[in-house]
Design a protein around this ligand. Sequence first.
Ligand SMILES: CC(C)(COP(=O)(O)OP(=O)(O)OC[C@H]1O[C@@H](n2cnc3c(N)ncnc32)[C@H](O)[C@@H]1OP(=O)(O)O)[C@@H](O)C(=O)NCCC(=O)NCCS
Length: 180
Amino acid sequence: MPDGKRAAMVLRGRRIGLRAVESDVEREIWRGWINRPDVMEGMDRAVVASAAEHRRYVDEAVAASLAVFYGIEPLEQPQLVGIVWLWDVDRLGGRAEVRIVIGAPAARGRGYGTDALDVVAADAFGRLGLRELYAYVHAGNEASRRAFERAGFALEATLQREARRDGREVDVHRLSRFKH
Ligand SMILES: CC(C)(COP(=O)(O)OP(=O)(O)OC[C@H]1O[C@@H](n2cnc3c(N)ncnc32)[C@H](O)[C@@H]1OP(=O)(O)O)[C@@H](O)C(=O)NCCC(=O)NCCS
């Protein structure tokens, strides 16, 4: 999609819509979010991604059917505020991990994350034919845990000392939601 044109909304929730992210401008905004220190820590990423690395990561994952990326756009204010994605998509087993970032700090705490997770789950269980979604959330990331729980995910296990945050070991919660 050429820069400056709006992508079509493909999935609609109560507060947000999900759509493709195709323009180079939006890809750079997206890269800026994932390179923020707080987001990197919450996602266990240690190295800042260059534009070329980010493009390769996204394009290769999509080409290999490993990931499905969705841009998050509030219905009330049509601009990209975050990304939610299915990762490690296992079509045989019917499972995928879910990851999310609401990039613009001003857009956090408005229910967009919760709604985006709910809409992704509907797409994963419907169109994509998956049966289980799971997520890994650092202990202490209350906004993330709460957003997943509000979107119907339940705590399945707590992995002891699974990650590092601020140089300290932290537990990681695994939350899941099944298609009923
Ligand atoms: C996690 C994240 C996606 C949540 O999205 P969001 O749009 O801000 O979340 P919501 O507005 O839907 O809020 C979810 C819940 O968390 C609560 N919450 C928000 N910030 C909180 C905080 N700092 N502490 C405790 N609870 C918090 C909200 O009140 C809400 O609960 P409620 O519905 O019971 O009131 C967003 O904060 C983010 O992108 N964080 C950085 C990246 C990250 O950590 N991603 C997850 C990795 S697994």
